[in-house]
Ligand binder design. Structure first.
Ligand SMILES: [Zn+2]
Ligand SMILES: [Zn+2]
Length: 476
């Protein structure tokens, strides 16, 4: 731990040592009282709208916002080359992982098998085309697109290309990365294996091992992307500096007070006065760096979030009360709700997997809905306490949102693998559609919501006096 104070400039430096990636730096500049103008490179925290001086973190350091504690930047060493190498390897593994046989199941001499791609298509044959489409998109199309976009952007930056499609590709990568769910699919494969382990002989094929490799490479590729660096290089340093330097009142504490508008996607900051000069699309002002629509706050954010949350609450009733899966065993048909599936694992003694399904299918959607309602009510009634905790809760809701798809992936895999004719077959039931819609609605609710609206409820006098990051220790 290091701690230092420079009284003349009023800079307080705090650094915490730990593992390489657990280092946090917080630097506060004490406020000046005169309302003079400063010309510096400013940025705005995307989580709470706090006005900050732009800095470059040292390797192994994480820059966090002093107000909401959101992580603003963590430099990734050799980011472009690493991303390029990992994304290229991931693309090489993508086809074998999806099209080679995943595993074979054998029951009383009858064998069935499936590749990941045919499992993704299985819901179409079950009379569930919408669920089939979502499984196909999140399990196959979006992961392929994410890896391809990342490959082309990092290849372009590595080769020094200045192509116009590169910022568009990067923007689409950011939009799609949350919807590429190969990691959730892999956990779904493990749950399926544990579920079928007692009733069938399981033989793993090449596709299974390729898929594990693909998931590891996809996660590693996403973790190696240094987004601020990628955007800076895509824009070009000179052009970026031209647009980024402007005068801001020293009394302004937030981006809103300083008249700055932040791009939701690439986090480019622009003064509202410059917005009129930017290119437009259907009347909307576009970000000069990434081409995303720019506005001070996400439009209609609260109404749209309420609409998605209310729809999720209504749909969660049939999703939990109606059967989600139908099992035929020697001519006898039984239906299972989500809760029946969880009870099955607990009765079989598979407590760990039962707990995972309980968390992903029941607790996570419940937590997402109640958490979002709490945040929306906080804005409605100006509850300004615990803002930092509510921000953390929202970031957690954003992070866990996609894991609720686990149950749908398990059903898709079971529908593809358990087709033993008269002996046993598994098919999807109506609740699969409702449950998929609940997951989508809660994810769209989080995407629609603008967290800065929560911090806007705090009155100016309660905002810490001009907390601004502008430097960092060379080594902790
Ligand atoms: Zn913040
Ligand atoms: Zn942008």
């Amino acid at each position: 731990m290091i701690r230092g104070t420079a009284a003349r400039t009023g800079i307080i430096i705090q650094g915490c040592t730990g593992s390489l990636y657990q280092v946090a730096i917080r630097i506060h500049i004490l406020s000046t009282t005169s309302a003079t103008k400063q010309t510096k490179t400013f940025t705005v925290c995307p989580g709470c709208d706090l006005l900050l001086h732009e800095i470059q973190p040292t390797p192994g350091h994480t820059v966090v916002c002093p107000r909401c504690h959101r992580r603003l930047h963590r430099e990734q060493p050799d980011s472009i080359r690493r991303t390029l190498a990992i994304a290229a390897s991931g693309m090489l593994l993508f086809l074998p992982a999806n099209f080679l046989p995943l595993m074979n199941l054998a029951v009383l001499g009858r064998r069935t098998g499936s590749s990941l791609f045919t499992a993704s298509l299985s819901m179409f044959g079950q009379g569930q085309p919408f669920v089939g489409l979502i499984v196909l998109l999140t399990g196959f199309v979006f992961p392929l697109l994410t890896l391809s976009l990342l490959f082309w952007v990092s290849a372009g930056l590595f080769m020094g290309w200045k192509a116009r499609w590169m910022p568009d590709f990067m923007r689409w990568y950011q939009h799609l990365s949350d919807w590429a769910m190969t990691d959730v699919y892999l956990i779904g494969v493990f749950v399926t294996i544990i579920k079928m382990n007692h009733t069938a002989d399981i033989h793993f094929n090449t596709g299974f091992f390729c898929f594990i490799g693909l998931v590891m490479l996809t996660v590693a590729a996403q973790a190696s992307v240094d987004k601020p660096l990628f955007w800076e290089l895509l824009e070009g340093k000179e052009k970026g500096r031209q647009l980024q330097e402007y005068s801001v009142s020293t009394l302004a504490r937030t981006g809103k007070e300083a008249g700055l508008v932040l791009c939701h996607t690439c986090h480019k900051t622009l003064p509202a006065s410059l917005l009129a000069q930017q290119r437009r699309h259907h009347g909307n002002i576009l970000c000069p760096r990434c081409g995303e629509i720019m506005h001070p706050r996400k439009q209609g954010s609260i109404n749209r979030t309420w609409a998605f949350i209310c729809t999720a609450i209504i749909l969660s009733l049939p999703a939990n009360l109606m059967p989600i899966m139908e099992v035929e065993f020697f001519g006898q048909s039984t239906t299972n709700t989500i809760m029946d599936g969880i009870i099955f694992f607990f009765q079989e003694g598979s407590y760990g997997i039962g707990l995972i399904i309980l968390t992903a299918s029941i607790l996570v959607p419940l937590f997402k809905i109640t958490g979002m309602i709490l945040i929306l009510l906080s804005i409605r009634y100006n509850w300004t306490s615990w803002l930092r905790h509510k921000s953390f809760m929202f970031r957690f809701i954003e992070f866990i949102g996609r894991w609720s798809m686990l149950d749908i992936f398990v059903i898709a895999l079971l529908c593809a693998l358990v087709q033993f004719g008269y002996i046993s077959t598994i098919s999807a039931a109506p609740a699969a559609l409702y449950f998929t819609c609940v997951v989508l609605c809660t994810m769209f609710a989080a995407i629609s919501f603008d967290l800065r609206l929560l911090w806007d409820t705090e009155t100016t006098d309660r905002i810490p006096a001009r907390q601004t990051i502008n430097s960092y220790p060379t080594s902790p």
